[in-house]
Design a protein around this ligand. Structure first.
Ligand code: 13P
Ligand code: SF4
Length: 331
């Protein structure tokens, strides 16, 4: 046996490492048990796999998840979402342990805004106020005046005096949609989400031609040509509310497909059609970052209390200001 094998065996014997998980393990039962034992809460986004949404204590959109993170009394927050969401929870709760089942669960939109480049851009426009979408790193939040999500972006922009110039980052599609909705001329950072840019307008229109009784609904991270033909544009929670309230019986839904789980529960008798993507050979309407979290990883992270998300205190304090402004404006 090599030294590495011996060390690994030792860690397994001491219960620190769980490489071989028994195949008959009931993750849902074990996760619930661990949550109770450790006073942990599971916060999950609507894009998480079905089983994770079902086991979570709270399922929501980015705004409601950060509001929930701000009010929880649990000792441990397990974030079943992506890194920027867990990081926001940690910024709000420095004393709590915040776990993310897979630390590699990032976000293409957050990645499209590197802090050093954004800082240089901001310096070129010193008179501008910075509004950033929550899908950003803590470094970008520290360079931001007010954070927003797709649920409250319009309210946040409307709260800013009309003569105040604004930089909006990082999503060019959400930004362009907000310019149209609010009538404000904002400077946009050129970032985007790979999932929402993968939809095919031609295929969506062809599908609509076959289903003229359907309503096209879309997340504002989608491209302008798609938002233009959408009957309703809104955040994940907005889309869920819309299918419930609308008289239509059929919808073509342009956002990450994970949302269909909650939608099917809300409107079991309505027909929900995921919007088609450009490339037939890829699951492009699935956010592969969101789908990195699995029940097994959720169980292991609770059991070992790893991996945790941490933010350096100086950075945390700076990022907190822009998040708190958003929460204040969203009460
Ligand atoms: P919501 O704020 O609408 O939940 O969106 C989060 C997200 O990552 C969309 O891609
Ligand atoms: Fe980021 Fe897009 Fe995934 Fe949302 S769907 S987490 S914006 S990569």
């Amino acid at each position: 046996m090599t030294d590495l094998e011996k060390a690994t065996k030792d860690l397994i014997n001491k219960g620190f490492l769980d490489i071989k998980t028994p195949s008959d393990i009931d993750y849902a039962v074990e996760i619930k048990k661990l949550c109770k034992e450790k006073n942990a809460v599971i916060l999950a986004h609507y894009y998480q796999e079905d089983a994770i949404q079902d086991i979570a204590d709270y399922v929501g959109d980015s705004l409601s998840l950060s509001q929930e993170a701000a009010r929880t009394e649990a000792d441990i927050i397990v974030f079943a979402g992506v890194h920027f969401m867990a990081e926001t929870a940690k910024i709000l709760n420095p004393e709590k342990l915040v776990l993310l089942p897979d630390l590699k669960a990032g976000c293409s939109l957050a990645d499209s805004c590197p802090p050093n480049e954004f800082e240089a851009f901001k310096k070129q426009h010193p008179d501008h106020l910075v509004v950033s979408y929550v899908n950003t790193s803590a470094e970008i939040k520290a360079l931001t005046d007010i954070v927003c999500t797709s649920s409250n972006a319009k309210t946040i922009i409307d709260s800013i005096p009309l003569d105040q110039p604004i930089i909006f980052a990082p999503d060019r599609n959400l930004g362009a949609w907000l310019i149209k909705e609010t009538g404000r001329d904002m400077l946009l950072w050129d970032g985007a989400c790979l999932v929402h840019e993968a939809f095919s307008i031609e295929k969506i229109l062809a599908l609509y031609a076959e289903n003229p009784d359907a309503e096209i609904i879309a997340h504002p991270e989608s491209q302008a040509h798609l938002l233009k033909v959408a009957k309703y544009v809104g955040s994940t929670s907005g889309l869920l509310d819309y299918v419930k309230k609308s008289d239509a019986q059929k919808f073509i839904i342009a956002t990450e497909v994970g949302i269909l789980h909650k939608m099917r529960q809300l409107v079991p008798n309505k027909i929900l059609i995921p919007a088609p993507v450009e490339d037939d050979n890829c699951n492009c309407s699935e956010c592969h970052y969101m789908k990195m979290n699995t029940m097994k990883k959720l169980y292991l992270c609770l059991k070992h209390e790893l991996p945790s998300v941490n933010v350096e205190e100086g950075l945390r304090k700076k990022a907190l200001v822009s998040i708190e402004r958003m929460l204040e404006l969203s009460k």
